[in-house]
Write a protein that binds this ligand. Sequence first.
Ligand code: PDD
Length: 283
Amino acid sequence: MSRIAYVNGQYIPHNQASVHIEDRGYQFADGVYEVIPIVAGKMIDEAGHLDRLWRSMDELRIEAPMKRHPMQLVMREVLRQNGIETGLIYMQVTRGVAPRDHPFPQDADSSLVMTAKRTSMAKSMKKAEEGVAVVTVPDIRWKRCDIKSVSLLPNILAKQEAVEKGAQEAFQVDEEGQVTEGSSTNAWIVQQDGTLVTRPTNNDILAGITRAALLELLEEKGFKVSLRSFSVEELKSAREVFFTSSSSYVQPVIKVDDTIIGNGQPGSISTDLRNVFKEYMEN
Ligand code: PDD
């Protein structure tokens, strides 16, 4: 099945889909996005992702390109035309096309692009069973990391550093030495006493949809959770480390910089939570 993209009202073969050179997303990174996981043909936490998309648009005063319900119809059509059972849908809204000038254009219509891709649950499960390495990097981002903006330069530099060091993810660290979040994931530790720790949401991090869903599951199951920031020292001496996102679900970490976490195998709590989350997505 060939890939189809949605671009401002049209369904176009993926390899022919394009936007104007003066789209403000292209020139200014003046746009926002969402990535939604698809498991067993079903979108996971669609409402949460759409709420966050609307919040991101509102915070930047980007007008929604269409109302919520029609957008949901487009999302379904993109999935149908791409025949996705397990994968990701990517949606991006920008402030639209206008002659390059910093202030908001007076009469540009916002742009909407959607793509979808297949992913492999088997590959993802293998990575979870093996565990991955992360590196720590300084958090050099702006003060509105709560907005899911397409302006991702610090994040891609962080991820590139991880890749160059043979790691899967980079955990960003603020000026106080506290971990903020991964370059495209939320960071978690399990303390020696079994308490799960993740940073509370404010402008310093993205309010991850996976993070929120996992917090609810943890509450249901009676886990002890502490919403607080944690230092690099705590990270490296944690019983377990993992990260969450729409594309990685719950991913155990076995190494941070040069420090081996636990016995160098994915921890039992992270592994259980990974399975709990998989079940949540599949049901
Ligand atoms: N990234 N933090 C950042 C900086 C992110 O970019 C993401 C998501 C997350 C996790 O959020 P969620 O659980 O809602 O996916 C945290 C997406 C997957 C991406 O950029 O591809």
